[in-house]
Design a protein around this ligand. Structure first.
Ligand code: GLV
Length: 311
């Protein structure tokens, strides 16, 4: 039998992954965190937030697969073996879920649904002021596969949509900005800010007091990327001053969000438990199986990650 595949995650027990991998590869020597067996035989690692140093203890690992589209959870391990290729899952199902998450919160804000819910509780028939779709400017930070899908769907709904990325990109129907120079201009034209950036050295803490101040007053913020982009004190201050009118947060600096964190009870914050896009073995496995086959055949891999850029 080919080398073993280790499923390293505390989120689920991996049985679904075992099933889909066996459907594509035949019988698999499948290991889990609680049952790693002889580490010499581990050839492929499927990982989500692996314990630091664990992957380095597999002497013959040839492929590391990130179970998330983001790979910061892997690169945080300073003993991650260098020279072992890292690939990430690429899952249209997950991409679609992420866009849905952003569209849901953006429309709820755009159409003042929270105000109507409050009016309903008070038995009040009270139409609110309305902002035309063509005047509600959407800004998507991060223009990888998720950002492009999200931005394209907002543009299709008729919202003026812009995107910001580290390097210049050009996308049909989307106004694009890039780099440090483009950031302030991008933020200044953004009424609903949607974060889908990867977490890297350059993006950690990017959304600070200065960034929130650069948005138009009353902007709305949706974070479905990583909590590490946000300086929480700055966001809380911007919410309290009204600079930011509300936020939908799926990701946090510390997860699970600590019990005493002010976000839990903040009247302008909606908290969800990192569910904007869930990795589904059924939709994510074809790409993983393809990469395992390619690795075994010595062929070029798909969706490789450059540890230097962090995505
Ligand atoms: C989830 O956060 C992912 O990186 O896919």
């Amino acid at each position: 039998m080919a080398g073993a595949i280790a499923y390293i995650s505390r989120d689920t027990d991996g049985v679904h992954w075992k099933k889909v991998l066996e459907a594509g590869l035949g019988p698999v020597d499948f290991r889990t965190l609680d049952n790693l067996g002889d580490k010499e035989r581990i050839e492929v690692v499927l990982a989500w937030k692996p314990p630091a140093g664990l992957i380095a203890s597999f002497p013959n690992v040839k492929l590391i697969v990130s179970l998330g589209m983001g790979v910061d959870h892997l690169l945080a391990d300073d003993r991650l073996p260098t020279g072992v290729p890292i690939v990430r899952i690429m899952d249209d199902g997950l991409v679609g879920q992420m866009s849905e998450y952003a569209i849901y919160w953006a429309l709820r804000h755009h159409r003042e649904i929270d105000k109507y819910a409050a009016s309903q509780r008070a038995r009040q028939w009270k139409p609110e002021d309305f902002v035309d779709t063509i005047h509600r400017r959407i800004g998507v930070m991060g223009l990888g596969s998720i950002g492009q899908d999200t931005a394209g769907k907002f543009a299709a709904l008729g919202f003026p949509t812009a995107g910001w990325s580290r390097t210049a990109k050009s996308l049909p129907g989307i106004e694009t900005f890039h780099g440090t120079d483009g950031l302030a201009r991008f933020l200044a034209r953004t009424d609903i800010l949607i974060d889908v950036l990867p977490l890297t050295r350059d993006t950690r803490g990017l959304l600070d007091a200065k960034a929130f101040a650069a948005l138009p007053k009353g902007a709305y913020f949706i974070n479905m990327a990583r909590g590490g982009h946000v300086v929480d004190e700055a966001l809380l201050a911007a919410l309290d001053s009204g600079q930011i009118s509300g936020a939908a947060l799926d990701v946090f600096n510390v997860e699970p969000l600590p019990q005493d964190h002010p976000y839990w009870t903040h009247p302008k914050v909606q908290v969800t438990p990192h569910i904007a896009g869930a990795t589904n073995p059924r939709t994510a496995s074809p790409g993983v199986i393809e990469n395992i086959k390619r690795m075994r055949a010595g062929q070029p891999l798909l969706h490789t990650v450059d540890p230097k850029t962090g995505y």
